[in-house]
Design a protein around this ligand. Structure first.
Ligand SMILES: O=C(O)c1cccc(C(=O)CC[C@H]2O[C@@H](n3cnc4c(=O)[nH]cnc43)[C@H](O)[C@@H]2O)c1
Length: 242
């Protein structure tokens, strides 16, 4: 039984870092509906550029999962990967965050008395758990990272935080969160439909707070992402595929 792994990023630069880190050589391109292309590495790990934001990436992840379940055996693990904003001081720029939970931070309703989650509104869910046995193995494998690795909830937002006020609001509602990005919850929703475990792995390119795009350290974060998948490719992913 093959337990292939699906890794989903937002943009091609992130997928390039992940693919390079895996060290499995040049992938075979596998076209999917909608112009999506799976990068298949040694029939073990597929990397997919799924688009920016939870909706685009949920559609792309769902397409890959549907294809695999109908055509070639499905996946044993789905990973949402890329760069992210880090809440300070928990996740400094250049460090890596592994999700203990994947949380939709703006899926709810504002009221004069504060924010209500979809659970409080009586429909849907705003968080996906991540199996502890999986995060334990990932954190152990990433102990070799010089920049460190934090295990904490990762928020999914549709709008990148750009003010100190919004950062403080999110930190108050999610005091243990270490990072925000824009895709994790969408990937997790699609994985849940197929009953496949999911985890989010992010390298921090910028601090969550007042917008300063010039200060984003994208190259540094992509380097950390590459090193992260180098470490996972030779440990956790080998075990997961066995
Ligand atoms: O311009 C480039 O070279 C470049 C290379 C790789 C990635 C990018 C992106 O802009 C990726 C967008 C992606 O990054 C996540 N992200 C990063 N920082 C934050 C943040 O502070 N808040 C929310 N999301 C963030 C997000 O998942 C985007 O999809 C550019």
């Amino acid at each position: 039984m093959v337990h292939r792994i699906l890794i989903v990023t937002a943009v091609a630069a992130e997928a390039d870092s992940v693919s390079a880190g895996l060290g499995l050589g040049d992938p075979e391109p596998l076209p999917l509906p909608g112009g999506l292309v799976l990068r298949r590495h040694e029939n073990r790990v597929d990397v997919l550029v799924g688009g920016v934001g939870p909706a685009a990436v949920a559609a792309a992840t769902g397409t890959a999962l549907a294809y695999a379940s109908l055509k070639d055996g499905g996946y044993g693990l789905v990973v949402s990967a890329g760069i992210a904003g880090g809440f300070q001081p928990a996740a400094p720029v250049g460090s890596v965050v592994v999700s203990s939970a994947i949380v939709a931070a703006d899926l709810g309703a504002e009221t004069p008395d504060g924010y209500l989650t979809v659970e409080e509104l009586g429909f849907g869910r705003s968080a996906h758990p991540v199996p502890e046995a999986l995060t334990d193995r990932i954190v152990a494998a990433l102990a070799a990272l010089a920049t460190g690795c934090t295990l904490a909830p990762v928020l999914t937002v549709s709008t990148v935080t750009g003010t100190a006020r919004r950062a403080a609001e999110l930190a108050e509602r999610h005091p243990t969160a270490a990072a925000e990005a824009m895709e994790g919850f969408g990937v997790a929703e699609a994985a849940a439909v197929y009953g496949v475990p999911v985890v989010e792995v992010r390298a921090v390119s910028n601090a969550v707070g007042p917008r300063d795009r010039a200060a984003w350290r994208i190259g540094e974060a992509l380097g950390a992402l590459r090193h992260t998948f180098e470490l996972l490719g030779s440990t956790v992913f080998v075990e997961a595929h066995a």
